[in-house]
Design a protein. Structure first.
Length: 129
């Protein structure tokens, strides 16, 4: 079971949870960084499309382990361009679970390919298995 929380005494964030406790018997999935590359191998154009594609890829990996976005305990998001933060938020906000998992967002100089704008990695936990 995942318990996502924001304790008193810490500013309540809008897009992530400060803590996530995974408890009980279950399975943990470590998801490699997912990027904006479609199933046909083509790169989605722009931050909005790359964000939606990266989240769709993340969702597909979760589904492969019989999990979904609600099972994400921790996500790390890498963006290459601070000026595209608004596009990322607009494209991704409705696609992740609520309450949100613990999230760290980093701005990096580059990813594995210069054309990539976003990468999302995650740790998910499914109880009862």
């Amino acid at each position: 079971m995942l318990r996502k929380f924001n304790p008193e005494g810490v500013s309540a964030p809008q897009f992530y949870s400060h803590g996530v406790v995974a408890s009980g018997p279950g399975r943990t999935l470590y998801v490699s960084g997912q990027v904006g590359v479609r199933t046909d191998g083509t790169l989605a154009e722009g931050m909005s499309e790359q964000t939606r594609t990266a989240i769709a890829n993340l969702t597909a990996v979760l589904a492969g382990a019989s999990m979904d976005n609600a099972d994400i305990a921790k996500a790390t998001i890498y963006l290459t361009d601070e000026s595209l933060m608004g596009e990322f938020q607009a494209a991704g906000a409705s696609l992740l679970a609520s309450p949100p998992p613990a999230i760290t967002l980093l701005f990096v100089k580059a990813l594995a390919s210069p054309a990539l704008l976003i990468e999302i990695e995650a740790v998910a936990f499914k109880s009862g298995d």
